[in-house]
Design a protein around this ligand. Structure first.
Ligand code: AMP
Ligand code: ZN
Length: 114
């Protein structure tokens, strides 16, 4: 996709604070962090949201989740616990329509989320 912010970050056309990269995924720090650890994990390939990623059905959703866990381990929050969030659709607060997992940790998480 030519006009997609996260495609451009994945292609390194727009800078980001990258924390982990695999063949098919990229993890970078959220520009407006909501927790001490707030990292976004994206597939390099464009899919609009989690439903589209799941429908692709080629193991890419697995890769995104594995990278999310590796990020949590790298930031030292995996043992205490962390949250993985896919905002899906406008009513859930999705603003960037290139699927991304929010990896949040390093503070107490409230439930239910707002
Ligand atoms: P969502 O609202 O779930 O679509 O999440 C989009 C996230 O992208 C928000 O948490 C933003 O702070 C974050 N974001 C927007 N632009 C950038 C950017 N250039 N680099 C890193 N994170 C960004
Ligand atoms: Zn994209």
């Amino acid at each position: 996709m030519t006009d997609c912010l996260f495609c451009k970050i994945a292609a390194k056309e727009i800078p980001a604070e990258i924390v982990l990269e695999t063949d098919r995924t990229l993890a970078f720090r959220d520009i407006n962090p909501q927790a001490p650890t707030h990292v976004l994990v994206v597939p390099k390939e464009h899919h609009a949201d989690a439903a589209a990623l799941a429908a692709a059905d080629d193991g890419l959703a697995d890769d995104v989740l594995k990278t999310a866990h590796a990020v949590a381990q790298g930031d030292g929050v995996s043992e205490a616990g962390y949250r993985v969030v896919f905002n899906t659709g406008p009513a859930a607060g999705q603003t960037v329509f290139h699927v991304h997992a929010h990896v949040l940790g390093g503070r107490e998480m409230r439930w239910p989320p707002g």
